[in-house]
Design a protein around this ligand. Structure first.
Ligand code: SF4
Length: 353
């Protein structure tokens, strides 16, 4: 987990051309727009280089072909176990290696999680995500998380968790407890990953994603923009995601929150329009994925967020805190939605507009 929702990352020395990542599911089981396809990095870079209006127009057309035009999913994220993580993800204030002032906290109890989930539901959220700063949970942690998941599920919310690397039997236990989505982000292109984290390998990420998919849990997987990566790395990240077979059900795109004390605190701020372009790439290459504006929304402001919605984002993290960093308040988001004529979606499932 992290300051962003880009959690538990790793990489291996990259390849210039993204290869399809097979998350096994029979191709015949997939809807037409999720059928296997291969996006080359040059093809994605060509999209990235389009005049912005052309890119936005294309992304909005794809969006309207697969989703209601004015609906966004509202997902609330709660840090249920904070800080003290042994990984060294360069963007994350929860790493024990960095002095960021984050106080480590043990796993929250069930009553506190239930009341946070109920408050999120009362505010209009349809999905409740629980994050825990573990490198890899132990089986006893999975058992405790299972109880939290069942409790949240009983409130009528979709459930999501991000807990680090999973073994196949752990993913199956989470599924049995009622988990709908598991978040495990790739963060960036493989060839840039070692600049961001060195305590894990990219293949670990893919193995967990495979275990999640095999268990029947939907995959939530995205990345972070603004960590000093080049445009080719942004294209490489999108290629990695889009070439998964099938691609993720949810794709959170984070704008780096530069937290003092983390190695990436002094990164050059990302140009907001470059961020918008990445949202458009995600929409065009993964038409049926929920594309979620995640960390960094506070710094984007209303106008850039609006451009992101135009580019195909149709989900936000909703609530005044995102793990350990700030997020727009419920009231601010409700006001923005009203201004834009957006309504909250009741499910994470695509439907024809
Ligand atoms: S340092 Fe730990 S909590 Fe933070 S993103 Fe990395 S794995 Fe997750």
């Amino acid at each position: 987990m992290s300051n962003t929702t880009a959690l538990h990352c790793a990489s291996e020395a990259g390849h210039a051309q993204s290869q399809p990542i097979v998350l096994h599911r029979a191709a015949s089981d997939l809807p037409a727009s999720k059928q296997p396809s291969t996006w080359s990095i040059p093809a994605i870079q060509a999209l990235l280089d389009l005049p912005l209006m052309d890119l936005l127009f294309q992304a909005q057309q794809v969006h309207r072909a697969h989703w209601p035009a004015n609906e966004i999913e509202l997902a609330t994220l709660l840090s249920v176990k904070t800080g003290g993580c042994p990984e060294n993800c360069g963007y994350c204030p929860q790493s024990a290696e960095f002095d960021t002032g984050v106080q480590a906290q043990k796993l929250m109890d069930i009553d506190a999680v239930r009341s946070a989930a109920q408050a999120a539901k009362d505010a209009g959220a349809s999905r409740f995500c629980m994050g825990a700063a573990w490198r890899a949970p132990k089986d006893r942690d999975i058992e405790k998380m299972g109880a939290l998941i069942a409790e949240v599920k009983s409130l009528g919310l979709q459930t999501c968790a991000t807990l680090g690397m999973l073994q196949p039997h752990q993913a199956q236990s989470l599924r049995a407890a009622g988990l709908d989505y598991y978040n495990h982000n790739l963060d960036t292109a493989p060839e840039y990953y070692q600049d961001v984290v060195s305590t894990r390998q990219y293949q670990d990420r893919l193995d967990t994603l495979q275990a999640v998919r095999d268990s029947g849990i939907s995959v939530c997987c995205g990345g972070i923009i603004g960590m000093g990566e080049l445009p080719v790395h942004r294209a490489g990240l999108i290629a990695q995601l889009a070439n998964m077979q099938p691609y993720p059900d949810s794709v959170p795109i984070n704008s780096l929150v530069r937290v003092p004390g983390t190695p990436l605190a002094d990164s050059e701020p990302v140009d907001p329009l470059d961020f918008v372009r990445v949202i458009a790439l995600a929409r065009i290459t993964m038409p049926q994925a929920r594309v979620r504006l995640s960390a960094g929304r506070q710094q984007l402001g209303e106008t850039v967020q609006t451009l992101c919605f135009l580019a195909g984002a149709n989900s936000i993290f909703y609530g005044d805190k995102l793990l350990v960093t700030g997020n727009p308040s419920f009231d601010a988001d409700k006001a923005l939605m009203q201004k834009l004529g957006l309504r909250g979606a009741s499910t994470g499932t695509p439907s024809q507009a």
